[in-house]
Design a binder for this molecule. Structure first.
Ligand code: FES
Length: 155
């Protein structure tokens, strides 16, 4: 990780399993990078393609979706839909020149606190290895270019 690059990793977590797994990781006082920003969702089936793309658009360096294990979704097939959407967005990322590895799907149950910590470490390491999201870099450069240049007061 470079000195001035601290990656932002967004995790969409199903409230029934993965969010509780993250909670357990905290209760167990497991160490994982503080770069993770969690968005709790009622089921990963509620995470749409546009949500994943917007996360990258607003500056996430890596994004992951984590839900119940296959066959355990409380809404029957939400995690299957989520996996398909993640795969679709990976293709879109590749088409627009971003690394598909910036996005991943995981399955973490409520009792898998250590697995959540491991996933948090893995996604942060990936974001460090891949470097800053180029979309974010370009957005910041465009924003800076639009800012007025401070000038000295005229006499
Ligand atoms: S309820 Fe957890 S993934 Fe659907």
């Amino acid at each position: 990780m470079t000195e001035d690059y601290s990656p932002k990793v967004v995790g969409f977590l199903c409230r029934w399993c993965s969010y509780t797994g993250a909670d357990l990781a905290g209760a167990m006082r497991l160490q994982y990078p503080p770069n993770i920003r969690i968005i709790q969702v009622p089921c990963t089936g509620k995470v749409d393609i546009i949500h994943l793309l917007q996360a990258f658009e607003v500056g996430a360096d890596a994004v992951f979706v984590s839900g119940c294990h296959e066959g355990d979704c409380h809404y029957v097939a939400g995690n299957y839909y989520a996996r398909k959407r993640v795969e679709r967005v990976k293709k879109i990322l590749k088409e627009v020149g971003l690394e598909p590895e910036r996005l991943e799907m995981f399955h973490i149950s409520a009792s898998e606190g250590p697995k959540f910590a491991s996933v948090a470490r893995e996604m942060t390491e990936r974001a460090c290895k891949l470097g800053p999201n180029p979309v974010k870099v370009e957005l910041r450069a465009a924003w800076l270019a639009e800012q007025p240049v401070a000038t000295a007061a005229a006499c």
